[in-house]
Design a protein around this ligand. Sequence first.
Ligand SMILES: *[C@@H]1O[C@H](CO)[C@@H](O)[C@H](O)[C@H]1NC(C)=O
Ligand SMILES: *[C@@H]1O[C@H](CO)[C@@H](O)[C@H](O)[C@H]1NC(C)=O
Length: 512
Amino acid sequence: MRALIFALVLGVSLAQYDPHTKFGRTSIVHLFEWRWADIAEECERYLAPNGFGGVQISPPSESIVLSNPWRPWWERYQPISYNLCSRSGSEDELRDMITRCNNVGVNIYVDAVINHMCGASGGEGKHSSCGSYFNSHKRDFPAVPYSSWDFNDNKCRTGSGDIENYNDIYQVRDCRLVSLLDLALEKDYVRGKVAEYMNKLIDLGVAGFRVDACKHMWPGDMEAVFSRLHHLNTSWFPKNSKPFIYQEVIDLGWEAIKASEYFGLGRVTEFKYSAKLGTVIRKWNGEKMAYLRNWGEGWAFMPTDRAVVFVDNHDNQRGHGAGGASILTFWDPRMYKMATGFMLAHPYGVTRVMSSFRWERYIVDGKDKNDWMGPPSYSDGSTKPVPINPDTTCGDGWVCEHRWRQIRNMVIFRNVVNGQPFSNWWDNGSNQVAFGRGNRGFIVFNNDDWPLDVTLNTGLPAGTYCDVISGQKEGSGCSGKQVTVGVDGRARFTISNMDEDPFFAIHADSKL
Ligand SMILES: *[C@@H]1O[C@H](CO)[C@@H](O)[C@H](O)[C@H]1NC(C)=O
Ligand SMILES: *[C@@H]1O[C@H](CO)[C@@H](O)[C@H](O)[C@H]1NC(C)=O
């Protein structure tokens, strides 16, 4: 019996649902389009010291190179081969980055594009990130190699060959997603090539995968691929650890394909979380923060142990994917910080923080005509490095939300309260809310249009605490606001609705 319990405990912690983060770190940051050399530096100089658990990187596989439009971000979602040279750097740079991040306890998760290759009209030639030849018309990708036998063209039954109806699950899985050549993952050969690619990355030391476009693959085919994956590299991970798998499945509740079909394979991106949290913080559709009392499964989200959550992702921050105009992004910094603070304080799901690049938006009739724009780059198309300013912000168009004090300090808050229950909820029936995490942390929001002045039970031990939103503990001092918790655990909070950041957070490590 004891052996069985031990096996079960071990089984859970070594399974594909566990991000395998180190030292009690809990959050992933998506360094969208960053170069490998910059990620290596960022792991050492910033992510490890500030308690980030891991990085989601952009696809490392060889992709098409497009010039019309000029070098869009989505060219990286059009593979040409599984060679590891991309806009972010070479295989040597990738290996160096994985090693250096692992050595400081920051995991790497690869964005794996395995549903398809490039678009049907990608052309013929060597316009690819490593210069490999391909011919999209002939379905010829000799650098893998894949040929016409390895695609679903004969399986798909729509006239166009593309997905035409999302309520037809056969179309969604067997036809081309916006013309992208759909791989025949039912074939043993294709499964083998995909597993070989993922295993190469596992051996290099990655901790897992964000798997792109899973709705467009049959769960049974994916299972056949995942069953061939190696265990994680024991230089950095416990023996028999399975790669962390989180699957991109957009399920807002009204399509034929459900996120739950993928729960057996790994975690799934919970897009309802992103769309709903934006709606609540914006106070659209009559939503109020008071309704967040039962946030999580109470909002018909997937089970917490299957969810990966985020305020925005690289798709929906520019109007792609799911969620529409309610999605909060760095373009609305005040609300964005509140939403991210709420996410990081709340126990639901594995949290992923977005780190973006700026682009010139050009919104016509509610749609951004520049939604395709790629990362900051030189005239030859190569991606610019991320320069760090003396004040710790990033330059050259890199937004670095993860370096914003409020967001970085809430990443630390989540680590400090890890494992503590959701507790001491309070709300005023409107948009003033507060909650704690056991006796380790407490957060208060004022998203109403009038001041908040209220005495609340924090659950924390008596003492003076430094607010980690307006500042932070520095040595024995505090650069932000302070609050005193009495021996009864109660503290008086005042938050003006005019504050730059109308929320307040304290935790065990911010006690003065
Ligand atoms: C694990 O990583 C180490 C260090 O980079 C490397 O030497 C070793 O070959 C890797 N293991 C496997 C199974 O590839
Ligand atoms: C909360 O909202 C109500 C209106 O719903 C308001 O009267 C009250 O002042 C607000 N603040 C507190 C602390 O209750």
